[in-house]
Design a protein around this ligand. Structure first.
Ligand code: GDP
Length: 444
């Protein structure tokens, strides 16, 4: 999961200083030493760490902290602001050409996730901004790459412009743009060739395409899990191509965060998007402040709310809430509600967005086991309609049948039935409590 190691270390460090009513220079020195180690361990570029720690130190022993009423928290605020700045400050927007189509050139090494990201970006542009992108297959050396893009186009029901492996990439790009104008595609996303390493031949070809097509954005796709290698790749591509932004893929598997925290400082180019998984909707706009918040365990409610808005049917959610309150909530409703939450993404990732929730995860009795959830789903799916609507009909033979059908055990079935009853009871109590309060004219 993204930044897990770094987040754990930094949060441990700040736990000590958080509640302090007075922060001495010695405290700041100790804290910054630990921050320095944590960042180095996270594989952040050495020089970037040095500058970062220097800035934090200066501010932390300055007036804004020492004279504040809550210096402990003020120090953490300083670190959050500096982390945000390190990752690019304000989030950067994606270009829109004065005259459509807006042309985006995707570049990067093989395996970084360029083709997948081309599909994800097109999906995001359509879903979030109502755009109609055209995908362009310009990797003429690998038929597999062209096929991959065509498959993505089919999955997304989006047009893919391709001329096989015999055409010249510059011609393909130009023809694709002309085609987009005719078909009224407002974005053209060109998937260029990648190589295993940065090499002259590749750079020359990309430079030619860039010079000829004059794209509005040149996005470099790099794999976050490769840490400082990704930073070096970004440096070379930027020197040669003057990229406009970076897409950091596989952030979902990057526990360290070295690339995310170094790229902006080293290349002076912003990270515009982050890949958070293999699926086509797992590309997020990169928000430095929200990211800093997640790293420091302060959660990221904004992203969580956006995810909920995109994945949960609000009207249906209200209906389900009503049902819960009136105790007519059935196992079918429960299944539906669980499905809505799961659509939002892996639970671990969602929990990271809730302030303070990372501490909960450490508790032994809170288990966030995706497997357990699948068991719950399987158990409910093995119930008959009658059982789902009225669990009181449940007897030993029914339970045995359900356990067998769902590949679980009778004790698991019993546990779920008990939890469901308790949940209903709790909802009833809460509803009654609210009614009581309302009756007395209290506000809450
Ligand atoms: P390309 O050679 O740069 O075009 O790379 P591909 O698009 O073929 O991607 C290489 C692999 O990385 C594929 O298996 C993708 O599913 C995977 N991948 C791409 N982006 C992400 C991401 O954000 N997270 C994860 N976990 N996998 C990704």
């Amino acid at each position: 999961m993204a930044f897990e190691g770094l987040a754990d270390r930094l949060q441990g460090t700040f736990q000590k200083i958080k509640g302090k009513g007075k922060v001495t220079e010695q405290d700041v020195k100790e804290m910054t030493r630990e921050v320095r180690l944590a960042l180095l361990e996270a594989d952040v570029n050495f020089k970037v760490v040095k500058d970062f720690v220097k800035r934090v130190k200066e501010r932390a022993i300055g007036q804004e902290v020492m004279e504040s009423l809550t210096p402990g928290q003020q120090v953490i605020k300083v670190v959050k602001e500096e982390l945000t700045e390190l990752m690019g400050g304000d989030e950067s927007k994606i270009a829109v050409a004065n005259r459509p189509p807006t042309v985006i050139m995707m570049v990067g090494l093989q395996g970084a996730g360029k083709t997948t990201t081309t599909g994800k970006l097109a999906n995001l542009l359509r879903k979030k901004y109502n755009r109609t992108p055209l995908l362009v297959a310009a990797d003429v050396y690998r038929p597999a790459a062209i096929n991959q893009l065509e498959t993505l186009g089919k999955q997304l029901s989006m047009p893919v412009f391709s001329k096989g492996t015999d055409a010249n990439p510059v011609d393909i790009a130009n023809e694709a743009i002309a085609h987009a104008k005719e078909e009224h595609n407002d974005y053209v996303i060109i998937d260029t060739a990648g190589r295993l390493h940065v090499d002259e031949g590749l750079m020359d070809e990309l430079k030619q395409i860039k010079a000829d097509v004059n794209p509005d954005e040149v996005f470099l796709v790099v794999d976050a899990m490769t840490g400082q290698d990704a930073v070096n790749v970004a440096e070379s591509f930027n020197e040669q191509l003057d990229i406009t932004g970076v897409v950091l893929t596989k952030l979902d598997g990057d526990t360290r965060g070295g690339a995310a925290l170094s790229i902006k400082a080293v290349t002076d180019k912003p990270i515009k998007f982050a890949g958070m998984g293999e699926k086509l909707d797992q590309l997020e706009q990169f928000h430095p402040e929200r990211m800093a918040s997640r790293i420091l365990g302060m959660g990221d409610m904004l992203t969580l709310i956006e995810k909920a808005q995109a994945n949960v049917d609000e009207k249906r959610a209200k209906e389900l809430e009503q049902k819960m309150r009136s105790a007519s909530f059935t196992f079918d409703d429960f299944l539906e509600q669980m499905g809505q939450v799961r659509n939002m993404g892996p639970l671990d990732e969602l929990l990271d967005m809730i302030p303070g929730a990372n501490k909960m995860k450490g508790m032994k009795n809170v288990q966030l086991d995706e497997k357990q959830i699948s068991h719950v789903e399987a158990i409910i799916q093995s119930m008959t309609k009658v059982e789902r609507n009225d669990p009181s009909v449940m007897n030993a033979s029914r339970k045995k049948r359900i356990a067998k059908g769902s590949g679980t055990s009778v004790s698991e079935v019993n546990r779920l039935l008990k939890q469901f009853e308790e949940m209903k009871k709790m909802m009833k109590q809460m509803t009654n409590m609210q009614k009581g309060k309302k009756g007395k004219g209290m506000k809450f």
